[in-house]
Ligand binder design. Structure first.
Ligand SMILES: Nc1ncnc2c1ncn2[C@@H]1O[C@H](COP(=O)(O)OP(=O)(O)O)[C@@H](O)[C@H]1O
Ligand SMILES: N[C@@H](CCC(=O)OP(=O)(O)O)C(=O)O
Length: 369
């Protein structure tokens, strides 16, 4: 293997994600030395850096006298509310020593999936970078409900990487890369390169780490790597203390090669970041129109509606057998649709007015699955 990874050293914009377990001590406090080491590596990088940092909940445990990570959402949110301020104070102070300014950006799933919101998030991040500030992103834990939460920051980081059109995503954890199985077992081997996700068949990818502070374990990291690489962004997965080595292109950790050039950005959000709120069951003609001709979905081709969704929500388009063929943002509330099904848009417009000429899902808001 050559001495440096050129896709890393040539990256002009990098998203770095660090997990809770890498920032906090086992008794729940923020580990200042770890924050300092990370900040040193980031502040000296010539690239624009967006930091996605977990650790709010973990950092809030000790001040609130909580012995371990709570399971219920309200207590997690209280801990995040306390911990997020402490986390930002630590970053603010550490980056200030390198004469760098930081900006807090708290995002919800909607902010990175809905067009109007993600443009707004993009503008804020873009402007912070233009102003040479380091955006520090976390999920907006205090307002997110269970249903709409990411819960882990791995996928959020991949989506942020796509949002800011990053050249590289770095996932820093308490493990120095992906292994063929539980890294504590002597039989597990380190995986240095992932060229295709088929390479991972047979790899034992587990959920949370032993420290009990992280959330997603390797499952969400591999999923994040899949999201990023299929949108043309390579990923390095390494241990937090290796951050400086990673950023100087040393071949440490696991390198996930990009799977293809970037698809149209917004469609990518739709496929990976949204949870469908309902299903539209399509007849065979509509399936062909949507899949082969990439046409908009009209009421005439829908045979049934399932779920309680509102206009603007993501829904799955499924064939008669229930197999999802596409996902799209629907233009009608669920309750509006049943009387329209099977009817032509010109009939509907003549009877109900021009507003009913609109597609159920516009082709620009559709992605094939
Ligand atoms: N195949 C695997 N390769 C590497 N690590 C794994 C694997 N399966 C499970 N893990 C565990 O995943 C953990 C990292 O996930 P997590 O604790 O959620 O980290 P973070 O807080 O950094 O997001 C590691 O500590 C490791 O024990
Ligand atoms: N937003 C949460 C992140 C949840 C979490 O623990 O994520 P991770 O450590 O990346 O698996 C927090 O700041 O505590």
């Amino acid at each position: 293997m050559s001495g440096v990874r050129e896709q890393v050293t040539e990256a002009r914009r990098i998203v770095v994600k660090i997990g809770s377990s890498s920032l906090t001590t086992t008794d729940g406090g923020l580990a200042a030395d770890r924050v300092d080491a990370l900040v040193e590596a980031l502040a000296t990088s010539p690239a624009e850096v967006v930091l996605v940092s977990s650790g709010a909940i973990a950092a809030g445990l000790a001040p609130l006298g909580l012995p371990r990570r709570p399971r219920d959402l309200a207590t997690q949110q209280a801990a995040a509310s306390v911990g997020q301020g402490l986390l930002m104070r630590a970053y603010n102070d550490a980056f200030a020593r390198h004469a760098r300014v930081v900006g807090q950006v708290l995002l919800t799933v909607d902010d990175v999936t809905r067009r109007a919101h993600y443009r707004n998030a993009y503008r804020t991040l873009r402007r912070l970078l233009d102003l040479k500030a380091i955006p520090i992103v976390n999920e907006n834990d205090t307002v997110a409900t269970q249903e709409i939460r990411f819960g882990d920051n791995d996928r959020l980081a991949a989506l942020v990487a796509a949002l800011v059109d990053a050249d590289l995503l770095v996932l820093l954890s308490d493990v120095d890369g992906l292994y063929t199985g539980d890294p504590s077992l002597p039989t597990s081997r380190a995986i240095t390169d992932v060229h295709s996700f088929a390479d991972l068949d047979g790899v034992d990818i587990r959920r949370p780490g032993r420290a009990g502070l992280g959330t997603g374990g390797m499952v969400t990291k591999v999923e994040a790597a899949r999201i990023a690489t299929t949108s043309g962004i390579p990923v390095v997965l390494a241990a937090a203390p290796q951050a400086a080595e990673v950023l100087t292109g040393r071949p440490v950790g696991t390198f996930f090669h990009r799977q293809r050039q970037r698809p149209q950005a917004r469609l990518f959000w739709l496929a990976h970041a949204t949870t469908p709120r309902g299903r539209l069951i399509l007849d065979a003609g509509a399936v062909r129109a949507v899949v082969s001709r990439h046409a908009s979905l009209l009421p005439a081709g829908i045979t049934a509606v399932d779920g309680r969704f509102a206009a603007g929500d993501p829904v799955d388009l499924v064939d008669a057998g229930g197999v999802p063929v596409a996902r799209g943002l629907v233009n009608y509330d669920a309750v509006e649709l049943p009387p329209l099904l099977g009817r032509s848009t010109s009939d509907l417009a003549a009877e109900l007015g021009p507003a009913y000429e609109r597609e159920v899902v516009h082709r620009d808001d559709l992605v094939l699955l």
